[in-house]
Design a binder for this molecule. Structure first.
Ligand SMILES: Cc1cc2nc3c(=O)[nH]c(=O)nc-3n(C[C@H](O)[C@H](O)[C@H](O)COP(=O)(O)OP(=O)(O)OC[C@H]3O[C@@H](n4cnc5c(N)ncnc54)[C@H](O)[C@@H]3O)c2cc1C
Ligand code: FES
Ligand code: FES
Length: 1269
């Protein structure tokens, strides 16, 4: 059958058999239509970069529903009779931009821009779905599935909320009215789309072996099922989103699209029941819950809406269906389904078809246990539960605000026998994610009938019995059984606190019955701008902002190459410590579509993706050749005709190992515990020496103490994956690589292939997020792709999957500090020693210990050789070599020292601000800044208010955390950033190209601002072209926050040269001459209108960046969840070159730090070294609702940097160091809970990340204390 659909108004007709049966819409759009505005990263519904809008006719209501959808999950063959809209279809430079694209760009919501089209399309879907009538709260709620790693979300939310009916955001005048947005413009004509033209799509050559069926009725559906032979795999394709949780099996023979089967999409609301068709989407169901909630007996549907609103994210809910969700639960009993847990608590029945004419109604549990093949879920029957007789509530506790499966979920339904006396008739008490076979707390369900639910003895008995019945299963990376059991009890307790009559609940306990509520977020940005320097210091829009938001900006993987390109995937080693004896790729090479396999023996030159330098002294093998250094170390590469095939074939390569060496050590803790001295590499470099080992004698009131701070690693989570495309052209390899360091990538490819360096040429237009991940680790993929391209003499494309990136690539250096202190009664430090260890992974490349950590350790304090000693060691572990990650080493250094200061304050029972004040280094800028900051943030008053709040609330606690920073910007590694500026005599426009890389930090915008300022031309006349290895030869790394300033300086030098050359012409023509007249005259006189120069080592001396943050958060002590109520940041950016960009850098860095300290937990199997958190499903960077509710940024004013370029300071990384304040706010809050719990006053070891689990396990709560009064 052919499927007909339209994309941006263009009709298409494709034959299902022409394409792979499971081709996704994303692959079709990108590979076959070359519509690359729709990006991808995770391919599992967890990042949002692939969102587009699909308008589909509802088979039961006939209504056309526009909905945002994850194109990475949507199968092309389910797109019959739909209209697909991508970012290209909304607007572009020819037909004009769409208001959403414009506003996102104008309000600075795009940094690297890789996420931007996904945000635009999600917003477009939301507006279309609600005919433009959305509130700010709805908008803020809708982006749980869109991850942005750069911006910190605040500007994105501002831009999107500006479309809300209740918005008060000032909208730039140029943004046209939203009404215009509903008209889809034809990308070809720029006119309203008539849907009348067509384009052919490319077809694949080998027809697919699987069958697709598109039934329109139940009868047709069963006839399709009738064609499924016994033992054949089949799938009823609804939203096809389950693939985002558990991957579809390979070898499905029959795909049966159920989306057009009206019987499965019905609903009806009667007085005694609500029938929901099995394949209603979760969004459909939620809409019906809102309607039903207004009807007697169905009020509980309002709670169901709340609960469903926490399932997945908007695009997944728009497409994923009820039956699909329950089917996952049937196949994978451990799946913590929220649909199941709420429906089971409500005793929902399933309507099941065995055939079109035979239906059965059964309980959910019966359905899960029914092994009849080919059962079709027709619907779910929700009965009425009159409010007077029933009580229902449900809960889901998750590691971040949205878009994560539950730690534990729960549903409680109580039927009253006597509502006045709270006597229970029956109860259904269900918990999810305890163990696969655990649903009902049966002892409680048996205990409660006939009992007073709120009677103290009953309550005590309930918790005793519940605790005993749980026995949660150990299943990493899921949270610990201990926490999950505690959580289950806490949820039941919450239910009791929330539903019991007020007079039965002690006042201090009442707030424990509520979940934390999050108000709408907002922010303020304060900075200085200096008009006479415009456009430098002007808060301009990012140069490529609009192109990024409209999807016109291209990234490496958007590049078209010839159709003979091959795709690559790593084959990895699984036995750490063993030697690779033999690699057998026969099975992989036998797969249809596999072209080649290469391993270490195929490398003609050096088997290392590092060019050896001071920073990278060790070789990093491209492919393991001997001993396996870490789990999932690449040992070869598969080249195939598609990425899917390459990834699958890579799993078929068999490896034989010898000389297994055990045990292995994959963490600092393991190395220290086993005293593996040869793995502890002390890196002494200008270590301060404590003059006397023990410090001066103790005086009365002095304290001494010691502590340990552990900061785990962090995954960079770039939205653009590691990507390289290599095309052999003439006798040169043309390389498009997502790298932060062209010179390093070029060199490592050339050395690997034994080529002259000039035979490898790179071009980098922009990189979709880097944060250190693409300094040297981009080279691993680049070398593998280059080897494939060189060996096969055809284009090679290597886009690493998220699993591969998380498994094989190095991450942030984990850190541990063992510190000891003595302090006077006023907090002044007499002695502080810090033995710190940082996890290098399997070699010392990109060392941070002495290079970046040590110089930052003293921070702003009087830590001298007479009161301070630090010893730093790198720890060698059996893990991928660690790499730099935003503020590498420095963030850890500042966290260590700030933690020691907090600990001292805690020990002396002093205000942490006072302890900081007495220890400030005299002469430090912080001496002025701190008192001012404490005053402007109302620090003292808020601390008092918080203490009062904490005294009044047993289960809710607030905390305030201060952090100070002196970030030493080390410019001694910035050797050269060549830059070229050219002026075109034809019209006077200017182009700049430089050796830095635009990674979202705004280097191009700053370069253009400088060029416009120095040459005296309007900013619009300046553009910045791709970086490349000809004009940008030998360029240094774009990292360490410094490149923008250094490139800016190089631009100024080149512009000065041009000005000098033009000066005589200007003089001759006189003041009245225009820019164009000057240029044309200069051209005729052979004045060279192109100039190159470079930043040189020492042009900008090293300097310090100061910053302060104050974070206030609130904890739910029962669940460990938190909200960040307010954050104030004051950062010294000198005279900011580009305030919008610098504010964005500060916000983005701080929010990345929030992830580091609060949500981003990496879990490993310590026996094998395998990482268990390798997907968006189980690794959680912050989302849009994890940011501070009130986020105030101030760039210090009237604070020129005397040594900085144009008096500016760098902003890219420092603010990440300020996020550590949230740990101190946590400590403040947790201490209050511990005091209430009667625990002795002890410092709690909180590190990175401090998750809800850490909070609960340290807060001292005991289930036996869960009483109402
Ligand atoms: C990023 C992400 C986050 C998620 N988070 C959560 C979460 O927090 N909580 C939660 O509960 N879920 C979560 N989910 C799961 C989500 O709810 C399911 O993916 C979705 O409901 C599946 O529905 P579908 O229509 O897409 O199923 P499909 O993927 O189309 O199908 C799944 C299975 O259901 C079967 N099936 C489909 N229709 C029928 C039918 N009528 N009768 C019998 N079998 C049928 C199919 O044969 C197939 O085996 C998440 C999913 C993703 C991708
Ligand atoms: S690529 Fe589709 S959600 Fe990540
Ligand atoms: S701008 Fe959002 S990920 Fe870079």
């Amino acid at each position: 059958m052919s499927i007909k659909f339209s994309v941006n108004g263009f009709p298409y007709e494709v034959q299902a058999t022409d394409y792979a049966p499971d081709l996704t819409l994303n692959a079709f759009l990108r590979q076959h239509l070359q519509l690359t505005a729709t990006k991808y990263m995770c391919l599992e519904g967890g990042c949002g970069s692939c969102v587009c809008v699909i308008r589909r006719r509802h088979p039961a209501t006939n209504e056309v529903q526009p909905r945002a959808a994850n194109s990475c999950l949507t199968l092309l063959n389910t797109c019959d009779d739909v209209d697909i809209i991508t970012d290209e279809g909304l607007g572009n430079r020819l037909s004009g931009y769409h208001p959403i694209q414009k506003r996102l760009a104008q309000l600075n919501g795009s940094q690297c821009g890789y996420c931007s089209p996904g945000f635009v399309m999600n917003m477009y879907g939301l507006l279309e779905q609600h005919q433009g009538q959305v509130t700010m709260a709805q908008v803020e709620d809708a982006f749980g599935g869109n991850i942005c790693r750069c911006t910190g979300y605040r500007p994105i939310l501002d831009a999107m909320k500006s479309f809300a009916v209740d918005s008060d955001t000032a909208v730039p005048a140029e943004c046209v009215d939203i009404e215009d947005s509903f008209e889809l413009l034809c990308p070809r004509t720029g006119q309203s789309c008539q849907g009348s033209c067509s384009r052919p799509a490319r077809r694949r050559q080998d027809p697919a072996p699987a069958h697709w069926h598109w039934p329109k009725t139940l009868t047709e559906l069963f006839s399709a099922l009738g064609q499924v032979a016994s033992g054949e795999l089949f799938m009823l394709v609804a939203g096809s989103t389950a693939h985002g949780v558990y991957r579809r099996p390979r070898g499905i023979r029959h795909y049966i699209d159920v989306q057009a089967v009206a019987e499965l999409k019905q609903h009806s609301l009667e007085t005694d029941h609500l029938l929901l068709g099995g394949n209603l989407t979760l969004t459909d169901a939620m809409e019906l819950f809102l309607v039903a909630a207004k009807r007697p007996g169905f009020e509980y549907c309002a709670q169901l809406w709340q609960h469903f609103n926490l399932i997945a994210n908007v695009p997944v809910r728009n497409n994923g269906t009820l039956a699909g969700n329950i089917s996952i639960k049937k196949e994978h009993p451990e799946f913590p389904s929220d649909v199941f847990i709420t429906f089971e608590a409500l005793d929902v029945n399933v309507l099941v078809y065995d055939s079109p004419s035979s239906q059965r109604v059964m309980s959910l549990l019966t359905y899960l246990g029914d092994a009849t093949p080919k059962l079709v879920i027709g619907g779910f029957i929700l009965r009425a539960y009159p409010r007077e007789r029933y009580l229902f509530s449900s809960y889901k506790i998750l590691p971040r605000a949205q878009n994560v499966h539950a730690y534990v979920n729960a549903g409680f339904l109580v039927e009253w026998q006597d509502v006045q006396r709270h006597i229970v008739h029956s109860a259904r008490i269900c918990f999810g994610n305890i163990r696969p076979d655990y649903v009902h707390a049966q002892p409680l369900e048996q205990l409660l009938p006939g009992r007073d639910l709120y009677d103290p003895a009953t309550v005590a008995q309930m918790f005793e019995q519940l605790r005993g019945s749980l026995q949660a299963e150990e299943r990493p990376p899921e949270a610990s059984p201990e926490y999950r059991e505690m959580l289950a009890c806490a949820l039941l307790y919450k239910f009791l606190l929330a539903t019991a009559p007020q007079e039965l609940v002690r006042e201090r306990y009442r707030s424990g019955g509520q979940l934390l509520e999050r108000a709408l977020s907002s922010g303020s940005q304060t900075f200085e701008t200096i008009k006479q320097n415009y456009p430098v210091t002007q808060p301009v829009q990012k140069l490529e902002g609009l192109m990024q938001c409209s999807g016109e900006a291209s990234y490496m993987n958007d590049l078209l190459t010839a159709s003979n390109a091959v795709h690559c995937a790593f084959v990895t080693a699984k036995r750490v410590g063993a030697t690779i004896q033999q690699i057998d790729a026969t099975a992989a090479l036998g797969c249809v579509g596999v072209v080649a396999f290469f391993a270490a023996k195929d490398i003609p030159g050096t088997n290392s993706f590092q060019t050896v330098s001071q920073l990278t002294p060790d070789a990093d093998e491209i492919f393991a050749a001997g001993r396996v250094r870490y789990y999932d170390q690449p040992l070869g590469v598969i080249a195939a005709l598609s990425q899917d095939t390459a990834v699958h074939a890579a799993t078929l390569v068999r490896v034989t190992y010898a000389n297994d060496q055990r045990p292995i050590y994959t963490s600092i803790g393991q190395v220290l515990a086993a005293k593996q001295q040869d793995r502890i590499v002390c890196l002494p470099k200008e270590l301060p020496h404590l003059d006397s080992a023990s410090g001066p004698p103790l005086a009365p009131g002095d304290v001494l103490g010691r502590g340990i701070l552990e900061l785990e690693s962090q995954y960079h989570f770039t939205m653009e994956p590691q990507t390289t495309i290599v095309v052999p052209l003439d006798n040169v390899l043309q390389v498009w690589c997502s790298t932060q360091w062209m010179d390093g990538t070029q060199g490592s490819i050339a050395h690997m292939l034994k080529l002259d360096v000039n035979k490898v040429q790179l071009q980098v237009r922009r990189v979709g997020g880097a944060y250190g991940a693409k300094v040297t680790r981009a080279n691993a993929v680049a070398c593998a792709a280059a080897l494939v391209a060189a060996k096969l003499n055809r284009p090679a494309r290597f886009v690493q999957t998220i699993e591969s990136m998380m498994e094989s690539n190095g991450k942030r250096w984990a850190c541990r500090s063992d510190y000891e202190f003595r302090a006077r009664a006023n907090g002044s430090i007499i002695m502080l020693t810090n033995n710190y260890y940082e996890d290098a992974g399997c070699n010392l490349n990109e060392n941070v210990v002495d290079f970046l950590t040590m110089p930052a350790l003293r921070n702003v304090y009087k830590l001298t050789n007479s009161n301070y000693k630090a010893t730093g060691s790198a720890i060698l572990t059996d893990a991928p070599s660690s790499t730099w990650c935003r503020a590498p080493g420095t963030a850890e250094a500042i966290a260590m020292t700030e933690t020691a200061l907090e600990h001292i304050a805690f020990s002396l029972q002093l205000d942490p601000a006072d302890v900081r004040l007495v220890n400030l280094r005299s002469g430090s800028k912080m001496v002025q800044l701190l008192p001012r900051f404490l005053a402007t943030t109302d620090y003292r008053k808020r601390r008092e208010q918080i203490n009062l709040f904490n005294a009044q609330n047993r289960w809710r606690k607030r905390g305030l955390g201060l952090a100070l920073m002196e970030f030493p910007l080390n410019t001694t590694v910035g050797f050269t950033y060549p830059t070229t500026v050219a002026i075109y005599h034809e019209d006077g426009s200017v182009v700049v190209t430089h050796g830095g890389i635009e990674i979202g930090q705004g280097i191009n915008t700053k370069a253009a601002q400088v060029a416009a300022f120095v040459l005296g031309v309007p900013l619009e006349r300046v553009s910045v072209e791709s970086s490349n290895t000809v004009s940008g030869a030998n360029s240094m790394i774009t990292a360490n926050s410094m490149s923008s300033e250094m490139v800016g300086l190089a631009v100024r030098k080149a512009c000065d040269t041009l000005n000098k050359r033009l000066e005589p012409v200007k003089r001759r023509l006189g003041k009245a001459a225009t820019w164009l007249q000057i240029l044309q005259a200069a051209y005729l006189q052979s004045v060279i209108l192109i100039a190159s120069d470079s930043y040189k080592l020492g042009d900008i001396p090293s300097y310090s960046i100061f910053g302060l943050s104050l974070s206030e958060l609130e904890l739910d002590i029962l669940t460990g969840s938190h909200v960040i109520r307010r954050v104030d940041i004051l950062e010294d950016a000198g005279e900011s070159l580009s305030p919008n960009i610098d504010v964005g850098q500060v916000e983005g860095a701080f929010v990345m730090g929030l992830g580091y300290y609060l949500t981003e937990l990496l879990v490993y199997d310590r026996q094998t070294g395998r990482i268990l958190t390798n997907r968006t499903w189980n690794y959680h960077p912050p989302g849009a609702k994890d940011i501070p509710i009130d986020f105030r940024i101030e760039l210090l004013q009237k604070s020129p940097n005397p040594v900085g370029f144009m008096r500016s300071k760098a902003t890219g990384e420092p603010a990440l160091c300020l996020s550590v304040g949230v740990l101190f706010a946590m400590q403040h809050a947790i201490q209050s809970a511990r005091q209430d719990a009667g625990l002795p006053r002890e410092w709690v070891r909180l590190g990175a990340p401090t998750t809800p689990e850490t909070v609960v396990l340290n807060a001292g709560s005991q289930v036996q204390n869960f009483a109402l009064n």
